[in-house]
Design a protein around this ligand. Structure first.
Ligand SMILES: [Zn+2]
Length: 252
């Protein structure tokens, strides 16, 4: 029979029965190693396959060193948290320390609708400044270009100017929100209200995610701001753009 096994996320093999037995004896294939041969619906840990097919029993997974006390324990007696192996004895101390540093997701205090509304309003005030400057500049630009000889014909130039003006406004909002979220995890409005945008586990956003969230915010506002309002009814106070970008707004 041709056997395959998974190692470091890659498929290895094929092995014949004798080669398989040898790998098991050497400990390359352990009880937890996923194996497969033709006719199996899915990859299964070797421990299960060996019982079902009456094969040699494999050694338990190689021991891991505890990140707290540095002692080695079998994998099944340990827990893993974000890639760190911790033994049963050190587990309480490990989580105690995580909690004190405010790292666990359970420590997040989700910010409610109204405090976020005020933060949004403050950002709106700040963003009103560049849009005021732009509209003032554009009002100067448009006047010398108005063509009185056009008569009753529709003059598309003001429309074009209006389009450019709106595009500029959107770009400034996008840049402002993305940069502040990516750099500080909060826009000035959110900073003023002691709010922060984070990942579900409390980690900071990348610039890409900040941009995605900002773009998704347009969807929230287009649908009569319903995307914002749903935050008031969500158990994790997620707006539509928080759901799309998989983010949470929390109190610092
Ligand atoms: Zn330990």
């Amino acid at each position: 029979m041709n056997w395959y096994y998974a190692q470091a996320g890659k498929q290895e093999g094929p092995l014949n029965d004798a080669q398989l037995a040898q790998m098991v004896a050497m400990g390359t294939i352990t009880a937890q190693t996923l194996v497969w041969h033709e006719g199996m619906a899915d990859w299964l840990p070797y421990a299960r396959v060996s019982v079902e097919e009456g094969l040699a029993e494999a050694q338990p997974d190689s021991p891991h060193a505890c990140t707290e006390c540095q002692r080695s324990f079998p994998a099944q007696d340990m827990i893993t948290f974000r890639g760190a192996w911790v033994c049963a004895e050190c587990k309480p101390r490990f989580f105690q320390r995580l909690q004190e540093s405010g790292e666990t997701a359970s420590q997040l205090v989700y910010a409610g609708f109204w405090v976020r509304f005020v933060a949004k309003f403050l950002d709106g005030l700040i963003l009103a400044i560049p849009s005021l400057v732009i509209s003032t500049l554009f009002s100067f630009t448009s006047s010398p270009f108005t063509n009185p000889s056009a008569g009753d014909d529709v003059n598309f130039f003001p429309l074009l100017l209006q389009g450019i003006q709106q595009l500029l406004g959107i770009s400034i909002t996008l840049a402002y929100t993305t940069w502040f979220l990516g750099r500080y995890g909060a826009t000035p409005g959110k900073m003023a209200m002691n709010l922060k945008v984070v990942r579900p586990d409390g980690s900071p956003l990348s610039y890409q995610r900040a941009l995605g969230r900002t773009a998704a915010e347009y969807i929230s506002s287009i649908i009569l701001c319903i995307g914002y309002i749903i935050a008031a009814f969500d158990e994790e106070k997620r707006s539509l753009h928080d759901r799309i970008a998989d983010t949470r707004v929390v109190r610092k």
